[in-house]
Write a protein that binds this ligand. Structure first.
Ligand code: NAD
Length: 295
């Protein structure tokens, strides 16, 4: 297929490389000319705007930082919707708020273009290995069109419902992840302060009712899980800054439907404070450091 791929950052670049490996012909665009040069060497066609990338492509994929970038890449004068042919499918894989993608999809629909959302989980490791989970929002027909291509970048391709529901799934999951990580942090720190061996405590939690992914696979206490970022100085995982962004999306979406997210709002504030302390670059499990006595 001729695929337009726009946004070749930490996630987009490895995803696009997997599509090239699978034999697709890519038309790529990014503001970063260094990454474009790398893709030229891989045989991709370099476009000078999202509009040009979309022209003649049979699928458009975008992977951008935030809602403002997605809006401009689709809606600007040199945007995707100015170049894409009617009937061509498009999918945005960025993590943004559900309303923005619904709004852009409505504009796209006026010119016969079907746009869906497919945010991912699995991080940069999953993007490189082609094992991402895609949470797809769009019609069943759109999902059926996208699935074979998404399978070349991911392992779990899940249809969540109409456009926007992929984003809903993503922000609800990540809000719960933040809350559970904070809960495990409090619990581990309390146990440590009261004098129990933290490995023993983690083993009890992981075979008892407090068991969760944040404790079992990604325990925030250093040394408890050898493969977790906590055991390597909170590097190389899911950055606290990205978690802060997702919590902002969750609390904002909750506000739009007047739904209380009490623990989600507290989690948002805790990650905001972590960012303010200059620790946003650490893995999000470093939230536990706020509960540890400095020795
Ligand atoms: P990134 O900042 O590394 O990459 C974004 C890319 O978009 C950059 O190369 C940037 O130059 C490009 N870009 C920005 N504005 C542009 C424009 N107007 N036109 C063309 N290109 C433009 O971000 P990332 O880590 O790749 O994340 C992308 C999305 O995926 C985000 O929404 C993020 O929340 C989400 N996400 C990231 C991770 C992760 O672990 N990094 C995991 C899951 C989801």
């Amino acid at each position: 297929m001729n695929i337009a791929f726009i946004g070749l950052g930490n996630m987009g670049a490895p995803m696009a490389r997997n599509l090239i490996k699978a034999g697709h012909s890519l038309h790529v665009f990014d503001l970063n000319t260094t990454v474009l040069a790398e893709f030229a060497e891989l045989g991709a066609q370099i476009s000078d705007s999202p509009r040009q990338a979309a022209q003649g492509s049979s699928l458009v994929i975008t992977m951008l930082p935030a809602a403002a970038h997605v809006r401009s890449v689709y809606l600007n004068d040199d945007g995707v919707l100015k170049g894409i042919a009617p009937g061509t499918p498009a999918v945005d894989c960025s993590t943004i708020d559900p309303q923005t993608i619904r709004d852009i999809a409505a504009v796209a629909a006026q010119q016969g273009v079907v746009l869906g959302d497919a945010p991912v989980s699995g991080g940069t490791g999953g993007a490189q290995a082609g094992t991402l989970t895609f949470m797809v929002g769009g019609s069943p027909e759109h999902f059926a069109t996208l699935k074979p291509v998404l399978e070349q970048m991911g392992r779990n391709i899940v249809h969540c419902g109409e456009v926007g529901t992929g984003q809903i799934a993503k922000i609800c999951n990540n809000m719960l992840l933040a809350i559970s990580m904070i809960g495990v942090s409090e619990s581990m720190a309390l146990g440590n302060a009261l004098g129990i061996d933290t490995q023993v405590l983690a083993n009890i939690i992981n075979t008892s009712t407090g068991r969760c992914w944040s404790s079992e696979a990604y325990n925030p206490w250093p040394g408890v899980v050898e493969t977790a970022p906590a055991s390597r100085g909170y590097t190389g995982g899911f950055g606290a800054e990205l978690m802060l962004k997702d919590l902002g999306l969750a609390t904002e979406a909750a506000r739009s439907v007047q739904q209380p997210v009490i623990l989600g709002a507290v989690a948002h504030q805790l990650y905001q404070a972590m960012s303010l302390r200059g620790e946003g670059g650490k893995d999000f499990s470093a939230i536990v450091e706020g509960y540890r006595r400095k020795s």
